[in-house]
Design a protein around this ligand. Structure first.
Ligand code: ATP
Length: 207
């Protein structure tokens, strides 16, 4: 559970942003291709050069070790990277007797996977499977804030709904703040909440 606050955060194409998300709040960001949405998320995750500060509750990013920050502020990139042989090798080693195993199996099932997906080779994953499994992998770290870059861009409506449900369940249970980049106005309308747009290098409330 944590609030997320951007304090004069800027990057190469974006004017300084001040934005506060309460713990458990979801905020959408949209904007034309190339407007700087992904760079905004990457700056918050401290993956790219930027100016300004980001806070999780009262903890500034500059006082946290980068690996710790990136575990607590979890970025789901538009294209996920898989480096090991199997899906399961990317997830924490959990025994079937561990309570976390049930939670993991529940999330996999909620996204339409059988438990044997953990044994699948990553080379067989379709684009949509990669996108859904990358979300499961991210949530397994237990982030306090989620940064979602087009989390449903490659999915059919049924799988899009499954991902929305999983994100909303996690947000509700963990009181995680969620910054969600989405091009889909119907998704923003369906889920509700505050929405912003990046126009001419500025983050503005969507009207
Ligand atoms: N490493 C880099 N060096 C120079 N320019 C970059 C770099 N990374 C991104 N850019 C540029 O910054 C701009 C914003 O990129 P960004 O990926 O944030 O766009 P976006 O809003 O997420 O677009 P899309 O909706 O197409 O994913 C683009 O013009 C991009 O070419």
């Amino acid at each position: 559970m944590a609030s997320l606050r951007l304090d004069g955060l800027s990057h190469r194409t974006l004017a300084p942003v001040d934005l506060a998300l309460a713990a458990g709040e979801r905020v959408f960001v949209s904007g034309p291709s190339g407007s700087g949405k992904s760079l905004l998320l990457r700056a918050i995750a401290d993956l790219d050069p930027h100016q300004g500060e980001v806070w999780l509750d009262n903890e500034p990013r500059s006082r946290m070790a980068p690996p710790v920050w990136r575990r607590r502020v979890g970025l789901l990139p538009a294209e996920s990277f898989w480096w090991a042989e199997t899906v399961g090798a990317h997830l924490p080693a959990i025994q079937a007797s561990d309570p976390d195993f049930e939670r993991l199996s529940g999330r996999l099932a909620g996204l339409g996977f059988e438990p044997d997906v953990l044994d699948w080779s990553v080379t067989r994953l379709s684009t949509g499977e990669r996108q859904r499994l990358a979300l499961v992998r991210l949530l397994a770290q237990g982030p306090a804030a989620l940064l979602l870059d087009e989390a449903t861009a490659n999915l059919d409506p049924a799988n899009r709904d499954r991902v929305e449900t999983l994100v909303e369940t996690y947000r509700g249970e963990q009181k995680a703040s969620v910054l969600w980049v989405s091009h889909d106005p119907e998704q923003r309308a369906r889920l509700g909440g505050r929405a912003f747009v990046i126009r001419d290098g500025r983050l503005e409330p969507e009207t």
